[in-house]
Design a protein around this ligand. Structure first.
Ligand code: T1G
Length: 648
């Protein structure tokens, strides 16, 4: 039974039981209508509670029903029935109350949440807007600006934040249902507080309109954030009936939009990514105590990611001075998070308390997993892993964060390479979602499963990659950059290519990104590999010429662009340099329209993606899309090049 109800004293307890996340499927909606009617018709019942079995409160409408003909009762009508309930009704929230789940709670006359609950309206991440009253009821509880921020970002907030905002009335730190019964008995003595009848608090119209403009600009072509913000804004200007009507019409319009189809593809792809046929039934090797070798930029970010996820961390640097530097680097990351209000001082201290700093590798002895983030040089890594093998337990997982070295070459010094895995984080490692989980030649199944389990617990997106130069992401990026360099040599200029890519929805174009990362790193790799280069293949020397001129990017005040106090500008010297390179090859330069620039880039990504799949490096086409979206800023609302070309 998806929905049942029982009585406790004079309270009706309505239970939703629709694993895994209590999505409001058709059966759940029908069951709720029936239970609500029965409880309201029962004279002995003085108040009603809606609660959920399993790990979470309702996590939203059933995404699997999208794209199919909608079947009544519709969620928005059910939500109205809840609000209109003659008897006071309490939503008892645990786990996550998201989307339609939060809309059910918003229509209740009171809300109680367990301390670790999270609440949000993430519809914009699916290319839609809330379709069951969320845009109209949320601002009536938390105010206009806060509601616009929550709905347009799709972010989740904690139960404490929800209490502070007035989104929930009580927090339960003990047994949620016991506390919900107590709350319901209090409400039974009062008239139901119908959210839809609560007036929206006064707000600064000019400030809110500016907030909406900023949201639309930040959306970089995605429609739903701006539409969601404007739907919420209606609550301050229209009667709720009209606001609800607008919301429903906009929701129905967007749910069948191209962007919504693309974002549902991404949603499904993310859940598919962790499913490997040959790992069915495999229990991941246990990981709780994590060792990290190296506390440089990557090591520090990785340590923060693990501390944020509740792991116990041991960091080892080569000497005390480097160790102290690493500790300062980590503290600086947390100070920035406290300064930005993302966490409070207590959380910072608690997470720092999980990290032990050492400069002797024997500190790794009790670790379940040791990950290296040291200088990307084969000898350095091999020396480290050779020594680790005699320090850690035989079952300890050994992991490399290498970007470009062959993990199997690194593993050649390890007696038992079955425990060796690649975990390729993207910088900044505590922010970027993507981790490439590299399937080394002899990897044990429970080690690969552990790699995926760890990335999931980190709140990141683990994508399995085979072993090749650059794995999936950097290999795609290299092909993409090479195509852009061809266009530079054929007539385009850096700012033209960057403008086309940014107009397409990327946060930054490839040349601005390269100036940020620095040109010298890849220059050193090109010089190292020069002897291996196939002379038959087209080679563009523009980047080499820039480096020979000392133009390493922002760090030197000039690269593909000139930088004056951090401000980027087109540099005529770069145009001259590029034209000279074309001249040397007798290339008659021509102009490139933005459409052609993007077509060439997308075609290149699809072709390289096909090769990566054909070689077995990536498991499926949708993984290619996820890597580009989560590692390289590809606009998620387009779905990804493989989706757009009908391959996933
Ligand atoms: N509908 C159907 N199935 C869902 C689902 C949903 N909304 N959410 C998750 N699942 C499935 C998922 O496919 C997977 O299935 C399993 O649950 C575990 O998911 C009217 C219209 C809730 C935080 O966007 O954020 O409400 O692969 O691996 O990491 O305004 O799932 O096992 O077969 O992600 O513990 C709005 C989306 C919908 C929430 C749990 N709600 N879900 O995370 O597990 S639109 C959302 C999540 C809406 C209304 C509108 C997460 C989670 P399988 P999981 P998790």
């Amino acid at each position: 039974m998806s929905v049942s109800w029982n009585r406790q004293d004079n309270i009706a307890l309505i239970w939703i039981d629709n694993p895994p996340v209590n999505a409001t499927s058709h059966a759940v909606r029908e069951g709720l209508v029936t239970a609500l009617a029965q409880a309201n018709a029962d004279a002995a019942i003085e108040a009603i509670i809606i609660a959920c079995k399993g790990k979470t409160f309702v996590a939203g409408a059933d995404v699997k029903e999208f794209g199919k003909p909608p079947r009544p009762p519709f969620l928005n009508d059910l939500v109205q029935l809840i609000e209109d309930s003659a008897k006071p009704l309490v939503a008892a929230i645990h786990g996550t109350a998201l989307g339609g789940g939060l809309e059910i709670a918003l229509a209740a006359h009171g809300r109680i949440a367990s301390l670790d609950a999270q609440l949000g309206l993430p519809e914009v991440k699916l290319g839609i807007i809330p379709g069951a009253g969320g845009t109209q009821r949320l601002p009536r509880l938390i105010g206009m600006s806060e509601a616009i921020d929550m709905v347009a970002s799709g972010k989740r907030i904690s139960a404490q934040k929800a209490l502070d905002l007035g989104l929930v009335d009580r927090i339960s730190e003990n047994d949620l249902i016991t506390d919900a019964l107590t709350f319901a008995k209090v409400l039974a003595q009062t008239e139901p507080r119908r959210t839809g009848h609560v007036p929206v608090r006064d707000f600064d119209k000019a400030a809110v309109e500016a907030q909406i403009v900023a949201i639309e600009r930040k959306a970089r072509g995605q429609i739903s954030p701006g539409e969601a913000a404007r739907a919420v804004y209606n609550a301050g200007n229209l009667p709720i009936v009209e606001g609800l009507k607008f919301e429903r019409e906009k929701f129905l319009e967007l749910v069948s939009s191209e962007q919504a189809l693309a974002l549902r593809h991404v949603f499904a792809a993310e859940r598919l990514a962790a499913k490997l046929p040959d790992l069915d039934g495999v229990t991941p090797r246990h990981v709780q105590n994590v060792g990290i070798a190296g506390a440089g930029l990557m090591g520090a970010g990785i340590a923060v990611a693990f501390a944020d996820a509740g792991y116990a961390i041991v960091i080892v640097e080569r000497d005390k001075q480097s160790m102290d530097l690493g500790a300062k680097r980590i503290e600086a990351i947390y100070d920035r998070l406290v300064k930005s209000g993302r966490i409070n001082e207590a959380a910072k201290e608690e997470r720092l308390s999980r990290i032990g700093f050492h400069f002797d590798r024997s500190a790794f002895a009790q670790c379940d997993l040791v990950l290296e983030a040291v200088f990307d040089d084969l000898d350095v890594k091999q020396e480290l892993f050779a020594s680790l093998s005699s320090i850690v337990r035989p079952d300890t997982i050994l992991a490399t964060n290498t970007s470009y070295l062959n993990p199997d070459s690194i593993a050649s010094v390890i007696p038992d390479p079955g425990r060796f895995i690649g975990l390729h984080f993207f910088s900044p490692a505590n922010i970027m979602r993507l981790v490439e989980v590299v399937r080394t030649k002899n990897i044990a199944p429970d080690v690969l499963a552990a790699g995926l389990a760890v990335t999931k617990r980190l709140g990141k997106l683990g994508i399995v990659s085979g072993v090749c130069e650059g794995f999936i992401g950097n290999r795609l990026f290299t092909a993409y950059r090479q195509q852009c360099d061809f266009m530079l040599e054929d007539g385009a200029l850096p700012h033209e290519i960057d403008a086309a890519v940014e107009a397409y929805g990327f946060p930054m174009g490839p040349y601005a990104v390269t100036d940020l990362a620095g040109l010298d790193i890849s220059w050193a790799r090109r010089k190292r590999d020069a002897g291996k280069r196939d002379p038959a293949l087209r080679y563009v020397a523009i980047a080499d010429r820039l480096c020979e001129a000392g133009r390493f990017g922002q760090k030197t005040g000039k690269g593909y662009y000139a930088y004056d106090g951090g401000k980027r500008s087109i540099d005529p010297a770069v145009t001259t340099l590029i034209e000279a390179v074309s001249q040397e090859k007798n290339i008659a330069r021509r102009s490139f329209e933005q459409g052609e620039i993007m077509a060439k880039i997308i075609d290149t990504l699809v072709a390289e993606g096909d090769r990566i799949i054909a070689e077995g490096i990536a498991l499926r086409a949708s993984d290619i899309d996820l890597v580009l979206i989560n590692g390289y800023g590809y606009p998620a609302w387009r779905g990804g090049p493989m989706f757009q070309s009908g391959r996933s």
